[in-house]
Write a protein that binds this ligand. Structure first.
Ligand SMILES: Cc1ncc(COP(=O)(O)O)c(C=O)c1O
Length: 366
């Protein structure tokens, strides 16, 4: 068959190991998944209440334009409804943007390591991928500017960055946007936006008014705790959104996902509490790293990437045997490190004491 030649040899996205699989493999009663940056507190209790009390007609297609959700998000952000594009998770938005702007002969610039789906989609579209190494775990915007040429179509800024959790300070971002040519799309992926507490980060929404080539992506999968429902969205000038919209699959958000996203959006108290608990979790991990002299990146997300001073796959395996799923740095382009999502306080404490044992067993800690 006549597949695109770049498809040969490509692998499907490798998600964090599912809980059930690990339970079965190691005969464990309880397994804690701290590998995919989900919200350990679930989602707003109002979502469950809504699902229990509201019937849905399964035979009817969803609203392809997500009108009600669109109105809710536009009110929440203070942008026009025409400035929004909804996706089946922000993964879908990445695919839509890539499909619309990438093809053989153009290139796309991104940090390395960063979220894998930028390069994955670029490869599918046959575009050249230009990866610019992070500097101290942060985007090297100077070098990213240098990597842009007349064939560059998209620049991805993962802010905060996955897997390092670092942010681009507002001043730096502003200077960068001024210098990027107007015909290059700048994607600001803000999947972890709600978790940011660093004052050097300023809300980026105003940039979409100043720059017709800027698009922001956000998601209901992280702080809102709705990863299973697959709702992400993009915000940009209406002209840009109108260009991307025809690329979107007709009914890319389900009826239920549109409805629960509205309910979740209304419960900002849940987000506030999740962020507070996240900060407590962060504190515990940072203290652990400082106590044991393990390097870590300053995170503005619900996960942390830190050094384990040995093969990260070994720590990944040893922790999995003991009921904790994390991400090995080997799979993320950061060997010698692991990425761990913050859990509940109890999960965090159990995780860290188990890790301490494992690191001692491995001779990393005395
Ligand atoms: C930086 C970043 N962008 C996008 C996504 C995709 O999120 P979703 O498709 O669930 O909205 C993730 C998920 O881990 C992520 O870390």
């Amino acid at each position: 068959m006549k597949f695109k030649k770049q498809i040969y040899g490509m692998k499907a996205y490798q998600p964090g190991k599912p809980i059930e699989e690990v339970q079965k493999e190691f005969g464990l009663k309880e397994v804690v998944k701290l590998a995919s940056n989900e919200n350990p507190f679930g989602c707003s209790p109002k979502v469950k209440e809504f699902i229990q009390n509201n019937g849905i007609n399964f035979a009817i297609y969803p609203d392809g334009y997500a009108q009600e959700l669109r109105t809710a998000v536009s009110n929440h952000l203070g942008v026009e409804e025409t400035q929004l594009l909804f996706g089946n998770g922000s993964d879908d938005i990445i695919a839509i943007i890539s499909r619309a702007l990438l093809y053989p002969g153009v290139n796309t610039v991104m940090a390395d390591p960063s979220f894998s789906q930028y390069s994955h989609n670029a490869e599918i579209e046959g575009a050249e991928v230009r990866k610019v190494p992070l500097k101290d775990g942060k985007h090297d915007l100077e070098k990213m500017l240098e990597a842009i040429d007349e064939n560059t179509s998209i620049v991805w800024v993962c802010n905060p960055n996955n897997p390092t959790g670092t942010i681009v300070a507002d001043e730096e971002l502003n200077a960068f946007l001024k210098k990027v040519p107007q015909d290059v799309l700048v994607v600001l992926d803000e999947a972890y936006f709600e978790y940011i507490t660093d004052p050097s980060y300023k809300d980026t929404l105003h940039y979409i008014n100043e720059y017709p080539n800027v698009i922001i992506m956000r998601t209901f999968s992280k702080a809102y705790g709705l990863a299973a429902f697959r709702v992400g969205y993009a915000i940009a000038q209406a002209d840009l959104i109108a260009k991307l919209d025809p690329v979107r699959a007709p009914f890319n958000n389900t009826v239920l996902s549109q409805k629960v996203a509205i309910v979740a959006l209304q419960d900002q108290q849940f987000i506030k509490e999740s962020v507070e608990q996240n900060e407590n979790g962060k504190q515990l991990f940072v203290e652990f790293c400082n106590k044991h002299g393990l390097k870590y990146y300053p995170t503005q997300t619900n996960f942390i990437l830190f050094e384990v001073k040995t093969d990260s796959d070994v720590i990944f395996q040893e922790m999995m045997k003991r009921g904790f799923i994390v991400r090995s740095g080997n799979a993320l382009g950061t060997p010698g490190y692991i990425r761990v999502s913050f859990g509940t306080e109890d999960q965090n404490r159990r995780f860290l004491s188990t890790l301490e044992e494992v690191l001692k067993e491995q001779g990393v800690l005395a």
